[in-house]
Design a binder for this molecule. Structure first.
Ligand SMILES: *[C@@H]1O[C@H](CO)[C@@H](O)[C@H](O)[C@H]1NC(C)=O
Ligand SMILES: *[C@@H]1O[C@H](CO)[C@@H](O)[C@H](O)[C@H]1NC(C)=O
Length: 449
């Protein structure tokens, strides 16, 4: 890929606007579906079910060598099911089981946990069991002195937004507290072998130990603590108070990315620090659908407003580090609603994310995935809602079609229709006059840095 290729200052507007750079990702419709489900979920506040099981460690009768009964704490609430298993914990990969071996007699209990942050993802479950006593315990074949975090790379992995929202951010939340002294037990690898290659550096940033391909693991591994599953507390973000072992924020997450990928820029362009340098805007190009039809015109408008612009062509084959470095050289990311906007994680704090929202009352869905996450990253979030006149639906369906005249009727018809009409079959032609104030707002924000 030509990810390192960026425009040079002083190029003609046309030349620079048409210069493309790759910043690979895989797009997918599931992203929008989830956004939709999230939006629905918020509308009807779901009842929370909490199952907590805690056995007190028997401090008083701790004999020599005895480690107590340990405890299993499972949380089945919000979007995720997870268990914290503490004590004499043993894993069997082929059985996909995690077993707590109590020192003294305990009531046997079992929990089935899907090791993915959205419980409705279809994946093999992990059996978490608290045995009655040590008689039935499988003997350890490998003993680890460090804790483990068990998760799967199935579900919606492979969609760039879901990679971050469902796995990478929750994994950071679950394991950062261990300072690298943690082993990752990963399920479902054989279905997504490329995933570990793409995010290898990320995983190495959180764990000093080789990960275990759990489904293929024939050992009984013993750990002092195993976290089973990942929690998703907030879409593509972090709720600091809910982070085990101390508050961490989305700003800490992006700082971790900058460390991991050695990204040079920790702050957006500042006229004070770099006089004469124009803020750089990455315009994300989508190849197949949901395209900006007048992309060169939009790029020229951004150049005219004062940005240096490069169009990023998104492909799935780019290395993550290379992509991170390319994006980090920009101050703003602009694009139509889609997984490509996830690249904002690599922008320096103080930067701007501009989301173009397709026509059809899509603001709620579009914002659920990017507005608060961007703000939590320390970015300025702006969106621009496309009017009917700027939508290709005006031409393809005509002004009298219900999708153009009455978006509410499409929403009443369900997700299938919403996706089909507004996300899969719509391209936009941005009115650059109408869009100009949004570009100006982005620029004003950057100039205040
Ligand atoms: C793991 O569990 C499977 C299925 O219960 C069993 O056949 C196998 O012997 C166990 N592995 C070890 C090493 O105990
Ligand atoms: C573009 O937007 C401007 C400002 O809102 C408006 O006056 C103009 O009519 C629009 N142009 C088109 C072609 O719709």
């Amino acid at each position: 890929m030509r990810g390192g290729e960026v425009m040079k200052p002083g190029k003609s507007q046309k030349g620079s606007a048409q210069r493309h750079l790759n910043a690979g990702f895989v797009a997918g419709g599931l992203l929008m579906l989830l956004g939709y489900l999230v939006a629905q979920h918020f509308a009807v506040s779901a009842p929370h079910v909490v199952i907590t099981e805690a056995l007190e460690v028997m401090n008083n009768i701790k004999a020599q060598g005895e480690i107590g009964n340990g405890k299993v704490e499972c949380k089945m609430e919000g979007r995720s099911d997870t268990c914290e298993v503490d004590g004499d914990v043993r894993t069997n990969g082929t059985a996909l089981s995690v077993t707590l071996v109590p020192a003294a007699w305990s009531e046997r209990r079992e929990w089935m946990i899907r090791p993915y942050s959205r419980r409705f993802a279809s994946l093999r479950k992990v059996a978490v069991t608290r045995l009655q006593d040590s008689a039935a315990a499988p003997p350890c074949t490998v003993t680890h002195g460090t804790p483990a975090v068990l998760f799967a790379v199935g579900g919606y992995a492979g969609n760039y937004w879901h990679d971050y929202a469902d796995i990478l951010v929750p994994l950071f939340v679950a394991s950062r507290r261990f300072g690298g002294e943690v082993t990752f037990l990963i399920s479902n690898i054989r279905f997504k072998p490329q995933w570990l290659v793409k995010y290898g550096a990320f995983l190495r940033g959180l764990s000093r130990y080789e990960h275990v391909d759990l489904d293929a693991d024939e050992q009984v591994r013993c750990f002092p603590h195993v976290t089973v599953g990942l929690r998703l507390d907030k879409e593509f973000s972090i709720v600091p108070e809910l982070v085990p072992g101390g508050p961490l924020s989305m700003a800490d997450f992006t700082r971790f990315l900058r460390e991991t990928y050695a990204l040079p820029r920790g702050a957006a362009a500042s006229p004070a620090r770099e006089p004469g340098r124009r803020p750089r805007l990455m315009l994300i190009h989508r190849g197949h659908y949901r395209r900006i039809l007048n992309e060169p015109e939009v790029a020229r408008a951004a150049e005219a407003a004062g940005f240096e612009v490069a169009v990023a062509e998104l492909r799935g084959d780019a290395g993550e580090a290379e992509q991170a470095r390319a994006v980090n050289s920009f101050d703003a990311v602009l694009g139509l609603h889609g997984a490509g906007l996830t690249n904002a994680v690599f922008l320096p704090p103080g930067g701007v994310l501009i989301q173009v929202v397709p026509y059809g009352k899509m603001e709620h869905i579009a914002r659920a995935e990017f507005a608060e996450p961007a703000a939590d990253m320390g970015l300025r979030y702006l969106d621009y809602s496309v009017s009917a006149e700027e939508s290709s639906l005006m031409e393809t369906l005509g002004p009298e079609h219900p999708a153009v005249r009455d978006p509410d009727s499409v929403h009443r018809g369900g997700w299938g229709q919403v996706f089909e009409l507004y996300l899969a079959k719509q391209n936009v032609r941005i009115n650059v006059t109408r869009f100009a104030p949004t570009l100006q707002e982005a620029l004003d924000h950057l100039r205040r840095q």
